[in-house]
Design a protein around this ligand. Structure first.
Ligand code: FES
Length: 129
């Protein structure tokens, strides 16, 4: 936990590419990972873009966002993008979420454990120690 709290942020894109109340996906090529970012009431929230239930991966960036609740277009699961918690299934696993901030006009994220289904390791985001 301590090493996660001390992990460094990684820049994934420009802040002006994330308007209010829009889900914007970013692809971390070196990690083969899609992370979506939303800005709600001026606060950024980041989470893995792919929803999985029944073995199917569906992009949450195509879902419907209402305040901080995001509904997956595939089967209708609803998630809290702040905590990653499942509000309604069929999904049973929470979203993997990241701590997000804007610095010098860039969107930056780092691992965050709340709502995670498994430990998140900084190397997953390609961070340098
Ligand atoms: S893949 Fe998102 S609800 Fe099934």
């Amino acid at each position: 936990m301590l090493e996660l709290a001390n992990s460094t942020f990684r820049t994934i894109g420009r802040g002006d590419s994330v308007p209010n109340d829009v889900v914007v996906p970013f692809y971390l090529d070196d990690r083969k990972l899609r992370v979506s970012v939303v800005r709600v009431d001026g606060r950024l929230h980041a989470f893995d873009d792919l929803c999985r239930c029944g073995g199917v991966a569906c992009p949450l960036s195509s879902g419907l966002l209402v305040a901080t609740t995001l509904m997956c277009q595939c089967h209708g699961s609803r998630f809290d993008v702040v905590t990653g918690a499942v509000i309604d299934g069929p999904a049973t696993s929470p979203l993997t979420i990241y701590e997000a901030r804007e610095a010098n006009g860039d969107i930056q994220i780092r691992p965050f454990v709340a709502g995670a289904t498994e430990p998140i390791h900084p190397e997953r985001l390609g961070e340098q120690p």
